[in-house]
Design a protein around this ligand. Structure first.
Ligand code: ADP
Ligand code: MG
Length: 687
């Protein structure tokens, strides 16, 4: 048997449905790896009074039928009496009286199985899972495996295929163990194939054991691929750059302040990496305004001091410009030349710029994706700084790294994520953190406000702008979607202009051309625009110190870290700042909890931890790293100990020989093949 179609009942249409369930190009092993969401016990009970959250099975007698009142829509109800004389309803939203009367004759006893709810002080079972003759209660009770299913693929069918794969396909001689003996002894996990079978056994303990083994394997596979990427990057040696004492001293003399303790500690880590001929691959995490840019520039001086070049890659043109604005004067004061390359750089300027770059006359180059193009050649690129690294794939990072030798690589992120997730997402990188802000920052007053209080807010905003303040107003989407009631930036802009016609306003969103965006930002920076309505395009890095008010509409639709980033646009100057988070009226408790966290802390690391705890890793990563983590089994945050084991083991393996295709690594090949669909692999292997 070669493909899933060899199984009975799988044709093109069913296959398509299976793809929904199992992911693209499903293999036999993907059926076996189809993870039950839960194993639970369906208990046999005498009365609905004993029912809890899980479904139960009981025998009950039909007392009477209660169709929906004539002419009104409503469910069909059958009144039942259980073994203790307690009444409850079976509730159906389909079928007519004739059908139900025939199926459930009055006074007859039935076995009924399903989840018992209370509705208007009565017990009911809505759409029972099973109904049939009384002796079926024995069949319909006991532990059961719950699978994620999809239309047209019910559980019996799926289970049939899984069993068939076990008996007819998965009959190869057993796999060689890919874990080392000490780890096996320590973790006491099941052998892989036992785990595969245990996964589908309706036994909660066995299921849990299977989950542990398969999580560990999945984490190992993903860590291996990351470590391999790391070692591939580090195959070629880099230039070692010691600290240039005089240049660094000159730099510090220029600064009107001293580095914070956190900055100094992180700088020491960068210095140490740069002083090796093994290329740095480091992630620097820290809140907006924690001084990462300056810190990375200080490290860059090690390279510049040795006469080599540095590139800073920014995710947007606005940010590239801003970086140049800060760094150019610093460079000039030290006798170095900084320049910028953007997608829209005019051909003539571009030609001279590229020439200067190739000749080594430009020392520090700031730019966007345009830096990645093949014709951009450096004389000697020693260090690459990637700002807001999550916008760049690993491949792009490697591509840039290939521009002549292997430069040291530093990725900076203002979206701190907890360490366990950082390891999972960026296991190929070392991690530094700046968890402290420069002194003297004003706290940002943060308040939650229901959207129906908008009018009040607008009045206060009007007064604040009268006093000379400047404000951002962030909306989640560019155009209103008919279905979802999102406040669209364009509509909001028009509405605000009607409310506040005397206030100079701007609108900025992702569909504008970069020049247009830059123009609007410049006007805001110059104070010509007082209120800037925007979509999340301003999310990253924009620095307008005199802006003091941040209004975020439908805050519940943003991730916490995104909200935190947005809030970080204000509170950058001397004046005190505030942030108002507007929310819809039907907040879920979870959404409320998240928004509350915003009012309680300004620490991005703390917020990330809270968000991760409340939402779980899938949703947490959802908007910033969409689709980048899709573990089937592992929950790297909940299973930090497993993650650590896998990380450690992957390091050892790759250290022994980074080429995983070598025969000594043969036992690992099936592992990598089996878990090849984890996102890490896809992401890195396509490079
Ligand atoms: P980040 O890149 O982390 O957002 P920046 O390096 O851009 O932070 O710094 C934000 C602001 O704080 C800049 O205006 C910078 O000059 C200032 N800054 C950086 N480090 C310090 C420090 N140690 N003390 C005071 N101000 C600092
Ligand atoms: Mg920055």
């Amino acid at each position: 048997m070669k493909s899933l179609e060899a199984l009975p009942g799988i044709g093109p249409r069913v296959r398509e449905r299976l793809e929904k369930l199992l992911g693209p190009r499903p293999r036999f092993i993907d059926l076996l790896l189809h993870r039950p969401s839960q194993v639970r016990v369906r208990s046999r009970v005498e009365t609905v009074l004993s029912a809890g959250e899980d479904p139960v099975t009981l025998v009950a007698k039909v007392i009477g039928h209660r169709p929906a009142p004539r002419g009104r829509r409503g469910p069909y109800k059958i009144l039942m009496e259980d073994g203790k004389g307690i009444l409850f309803d079976l509730v159906f939203f389909q079928g007519g009286q004739q059908w139900w009367a025939k199926k459930f004759p009055v006074q007859q006893k039935f076995a009924v199985s399903g989840k018992v709810d209370r509705f208007q002080n009565k017990f009911q079972i809505t759409h029972p899972d099973y109904t049939g003759p009384p002796d079926m209660v024995y069949r319909w009770s006991g532990p059961e495996t719950i699978y994620p299913l999809t239309e047209g693929i019910h559980k019996a069918r799926l289970k049939g295929w899984i069993d068939m794969v076990f008996t007819e396909v998965w009959t190869q001689p057993s796999l060689e163990e890919w874990w080392d003996a000490p780890t096996l002894a320590m973790t006491k996990v099941l052998p892989f194939e036992d785990a595969l079978r245990a996964l589908h056994e309706p036994n909660p303990q066995r299921w849990a054991q299977a989950m542990t083994r398969l999580s560990l394997d999945e984490l190992l596979a993903s860590q291996l691929i990351q470590q391999q990427a790391r070692s591939r990057f580090q195959e070629v040696s880099a230039t070692a750059y010691p600290i240039p004492d005089a240049l660094r001293q000159a730099f510090f003399e220029q600064l009107p302040f001293t580095f914070t303790k956190a900055q100094t500690e992180a700088l020491a880590e960068l210095d140490q990496d740069l002083a090796q001929d093994c290329p740095m691959i480091r992630l620097l995490q820290g809140d907006v305004g924690s001084g990462k840019t300056l810190l990375s520039f200080c490290a860059a001086l090690n390279v510049l001091g040795a006469g080599d070049q540095v590139a800073l890659l920014a995710p947007t043109e606005i940010l590239a410009r801003q970086h140049l604005k800060t760094l150019q004067p610093l460079c000039e004061a030290l006798g170095l030349r900084a320049d910028m390359l953007l997608g829209g750089t005019k051909a003539r300027d571009r030609t001279t710029l590229l020439e200067d770059l190739a000749k080594g006359r430009i020392h520090f180059l700031v730019g966007t994706h345009a830096l990645l193009e093949g014709e951009v050649q450096f004389k000697k690129l020693g260090f690459v700084i990637v700002d807001e690294q999550h916008r760049f794939g690993v491949n792009q990072r490697l591509k840039l790294a290939q521009k002549g030798g292997t430069p040291h690589l530093l990725a900076m992120s203002a979206t701190p994520i907890p360490r366990s997730l950082a390891l999972t997402l960026h296991g190929e990188m070392d991690i530094s953190a700046v968890r402290e802000k420069p002194p003297g920052r004003q706290p940002i007053k943060t308040a939650l406000l229901p959207l129906d209080q908008l009018a009040k807010l607008v009045t206060r905003l009007d007064q604040a702008i009268e006093r000379g303040e400047q404000a951002y107003w962030v909306c989640p989407l560019v155009e209103s979607s008919q279905k979802i009631d999102l406040a669209a930036a364009e509509e909001r802009y028009e509405a605000l202009r009607n409310f506040l016609p005397h206030i100079p306003m701007g609108l900025i969103h992702g569909r504008l051309k970069p020049e247009e965006k830059a123009k609007i930002m410049a006007a805001f920076q110059a104070g010509e625009i007082k209120l800037l309505v925007s979509t999340t395009v301003i999310e990253v890095g924009v620095d307008v110190p005199q802006a003091t008010i941040m209004i975020i509409e439908h805050g519940e639709r943003f991730g916490l870290s995104q909200l935190h980033q947005l809030r970080g646009r204000v509170g950058r100057g001397e004046k005190s700042s505030s942030c108002v988070i507007l929310h819809g009226d039907r907040l879920t408790p979870t959404a409320y909890q998240r928004l509350r966290a915003m009012t309680e802390t300004e620490d991005g690391f703390r917020l990330a931890e809270i968000d991760l705890k409340i939402r779980g890793p899938g949703d947490f990563l959802g908007n910033q790293q969409s689709g980048q983590v899709c573990f089937r089994f592992a929950d790297p945050y909940g299973q930090q100990d497993l993650l650590r084991i896998a990380h450690q083991r992957a390091r050892e393996i790759v250290m022994a020989d980074p080429d995983l295709s070598q025969p000594r690594h043969k036992p690992l090949w099936p592992l990598l093949e089996i878990f090849r669909q984890s996102r890490n692999q896809d992401n890195l292997m396509s490079g």
